[in-house]
Design a protein around this ligand. Sequence first.
Ligand code: MN
Length: 496
Amino acid sequence: MRFLDTTLRDGEQTPGVSLNPEQKLEIAAKLAAVGVDVIEAGSAAASEGEREAIRVIANAGLSAEICTYVRALHEDIDLAADFGADSVHLVIPVSDLHIAKKLRKTREQVADMAYDAVEYAKSRGLIVELSGEDASRADQQYLREVFTEGVKRGADRLCFCDTVGVLTPEKVADYIPPLARIAPLSIHCHDDLGFALTNTMAALKHGASCAHVTVNGLGERAGNTPLEEVVMALEVLYGYTTRIKKEELFKLATLVSRHTGVPLPINKAIVGEMAFTHESGIHAHGIMREPATYESIKPEMVGRKRRMVLGKHSGSASVEAALAEMNYHPDENQLKAIVNRIKKLGDAGKRVTDTDLMAVAEAVLAIECRPFIKMRQFTATSGSHMIPTATVTLMVNGQEMTGAATGDGPVDAAMQVLRKCVADVADIQLEEYHVDAIRGGTDALVDVTVRLSKDGKIITSRGASTDIIMASVEAMIAGMNRLLREEHEDRGKNPR
Ligand code: MN
């Protein structure tokens, strides 16, 4: 089973996405390391930047074959060869709709263009994957003729493109086997009706030997078939071992999300934030006894960790486990009281952060803790002709610290200055920042949740205020206190 990853071509055609050559190289290197066979690095005819990216990637000595998208034009093929690609994804429209309406040509003219382009690309030393655009709406007899003659003229491989996502597994069973007998066949699916993965799997079953995929399913409109989903479906559901380094899939997903600016949907299979997160009491209880009860994939398989979050669905077992991890050991009645308070927070529509749990636990257990960090003074300024700046005075473990920082905006400046002030005692990273406005209006209460990490430990905390900057600062200080107290203070454990 082979994988052609087109994150850098079809994925980049996601509206609003544009990658520069350095970002493309970083993603290509990661794709090669993860083990994809072919990287479609771009479209050489598109722009100078695209050509530069193809040149840089082709020269990087990656283990994958480097491919570029070309039309059936000599100038496109020349660019592919001149900029160092190993292969071309040579795309010709094959449906009458595309042939007549888009190209305003006849079937014969298009077929001749295809054969000429195949021969020319071979004369330039390129591997040729001859690809039928809109193949799922084409006359299949015509498509077979073009593919058969194309292979005679030198095409090495073929590709069936479901360009607008209208294929079904039934059509796949009909269309794919005769084509797969002509030459090695790839399947390229789009997710307009949510069928991309299903159709890709069906095509692999019916003779296709290569899946065109993108990381996180990026791609035009609703996107392409996601790499991570095909790999895991093959491995988990069909017992097929791929050559993909599965434990790197999540890192790859995060890298692509960061560079493209397209956030991962929280409920996305395999790589979404909630894919391995549990809240509900009964499920969480089952998971703690035996993870297989509510997990079909072990999170470690794809380089992730299971996460338990607390809310109104949480049962006492999950709360107790979360408390034990923080070193609190309540007795039965105390636990009951803590669980009730957690459920109340959940019922009020709040997500329960680690600092919430900590505050509740300490209130119930009557533990008194001096905060490690206390704020004395805080100012943030921004305006039309100035760089946003924040200054702060903190008491950090009894010592007064004053600092200033600039940022992309006043909130960013505030986050920077807080991190700077505690940098001497700890390297704390802001992993995620989330704002909820509680009801409309500019006077609304703003609820900020932050996720902070320090040496691999991750915690969440919250701040609430009508002032978004103060809510952010409050969330940040609460979270930093939570991360720092553990190592700097005896927490007044309550031994059982
Ligand atoms: Mn496509």
